[in-house]
Structure formats: C-alpha cells, structure tokens
Design a protein around this ligand. Structure first.
Ligand code: MN
Length: 292
C-alpha cells in the first residue's frame, strides 16, 4: 500500500488582488484522475465596495467545476448563460471546442469561499460542443456527526448529477464536531484530499487546512478522523491515460492546438464569442515555447 504524499498548496494570484491556494497541479502531483486543477479561494473578506471580478477569458479542452461554500457569484458565458451560484451548489462549464466566461461577486463586500476545479476532457471529447450546467442540489447524507455531499461520481446508491466524461469521484465532508468517517473506496481509482477548513487525520497523519494529501490507488477503505469545524474535499478518479498539456486557460494534447486557441482568442475569432455584459477582457500571455 502506498503511503500518502503530503503536498503544500501554494499561493497564486487570480488578478485584481484576489489570492487563492493552489493544490493542483504541482510538480509532485499533476492530476488526480481527470481532476487537473484545484484552487481553494478564501474565505476572503472584501471591502464594502469590493468583490471578485474575473474578466472575460477563454477555455478549451476542459470542464470548470465550481463548488460554492460561502457567498454568491454570477457566471456569464459566450453561449448566453447567466447563472447565480450559491452555497452548496455546483456550476459546471464544459469548454470543449471553446467558450469564454466571466465570474463576478453578486454583492460587493460579501465574504467568498469556494473551490474551483478543472477536469481534463479525454482526447475523444476534447473538441466537443461547449455547454454549461448548474446543479442546485446534490445527494447528501449524514455519517456520525458529519454531512457528506456527493459532488461527482457515485457512492453506494447515490449518484451525483454532474455530467462528466471520465470515471471521477468528488465528496465534501463537513462537520461541526469531531467525527470518525469510514468510506468505501474504489481500488481502481487514485484519491487525494484537501482540508478546506479544519483538519483530517488519515493513516496516522494529521493533514491541516490547505495541505494536499495524495493517497494513491489500490485502497478499498478510508478511515478519516475529522476535527471540529472541518470541511474536507475528497477527490478520486481513474488515472488519466494521456499526458495533458496545460497552459493558461487551455488544455490540449499538443502545442499546436493550444497555440491555435491562443491566436483565436487574441484575434477575437468567433470561436470564443463575446460574454454579455463583459467589462474587461483578459489577454493571453505569450506562449512559453517557440517554433510551433
Ligand atoms: Mn475560467
């Protein structure tokens, strides 16, 4: 059985002075299944007239997955979708061939706490039609003193409604009191967990908030001791078969595809339409390689 790998998250700036803790990708661990990006945003307090405002920017080859914990954001995209997301809800945007979107705080000065994940689309779906879905309710149950919410995949008879393209698992474990949690795992999946608040004791090690613990694969059970006032994100999935190329907001399997997306965005190509109500439009940085 592999021992767990403890990976510190690192601070990353989203722009506009908004800082997050990034857990994926890292040098030690690029992905967990098809989960390829994990930012823990907040909890952040804003000044009375401030909030999060991410200008229009494009994506290809991935799904963006927002798990809202506190506060409210409004999403707009180039397909014309407008959606408010509230605590306990998921926004899932499938970029596929191409989409652009904005995210803004709904109320200035409101506290914000969220996890933002990306899921790599497998090669046969990387160029699919873009789409957007909002999931206001998710399967939820109690174990001891904790509330478990299924974000992705299945657990026992529970099936998360989130429409994904790879075998994946996502579970939120929230507890006000200290709680012992026993979970059944799929030995074919690799798993990792990130305490968003509080801490979790797993395989004899205490993992504090914002430390990422990669658990590997081949396990069929997980025993967690969750500290009081904890919120733990547990991710899993079948190890992704293809090496993924990730640059800026694009995911692909070759440089030419990413270079083309960058050129299309910078040229204002119709591939990425305008986002209704957009106030700013983010510029793609120059490609980090030459001679494509
Ligand atoms: Mn985005």
């Amino acid at each position: 059985m592999p021992s767990l790998i403890r990976i510190p998250t690192r601070p990353a700036e989203l722009g506009g002075g908004m800082w997050v803790r990034r857990a994926l990708p890292t040098r030690q661990q690029r992905m967990v299944g098809a989960w390829c990006f994990l930012d823990h945003a907040g909890p952040v307090e804003f000044a009375a007239d401030q909030g999060m405002h991410v200008g229009a920017h494009p994506h290809i080859g991935l799904q963006t997955f927002t798990w809202m914990i506190e506060g409210e954001l409004v999403h707009h995209d180039s397909l014309g979708n407008e959606q408010i997301i509230r605590p306990g809800q998921i926004n899932l945007m499938t970029a596929g061939h191409g989409i652009a979107h904005t995210e803004d705080s709904l109320h200035p000065g409101q506290r914000l706490h969220a996890a933002q994940l990306w899921i790599a689309l497998p090669p046969e779906h990387q160029d699919c039609a873009p789409g957007f879905a909002h999931y206001p309710e998710l399967p939820q149950w109690q174990q001891n003193d904790a509330t478990l919410t299924l974000l992705a995949g299945r657990y026992g008879d529970a099936v998360a409604p989130t429409e994904l393209f790879s075998p994946l698992f996502g579970l939120d474990i929230t507890s006000r009191r200290q709680a012992a949690i026993e979970l059944t795992l799929n030995p074919d999946f690799e798993y990792a967990l990130l305490p968003l608040t509080g801490s979790a004791r797993v395989y004899g090690e205490s993992i504090p908030a914002d430390e990422f613990a990669y658990l590997g694969q081949g396990r069929d059970r997980l025993s967690l001791e969750v500290a009081a006032d904890s919120k733990i994100l547990l991710l899993g999935g079948e190890a992704f078969a293809e090496p993924v190329l990730m640059w800026w907001n694009f995911i692909g399997f070759d440089k030419a595809r990413i270079a083309q997306a960058q050129a299309h965005w910078e040229a204002g190509d119709a591939r990425f339409g305008p986002v209704p109500g957009q106030r700013t439009r983010l510029s793609a940085p120059p490609l980090p390689w030459s001679g494509v």
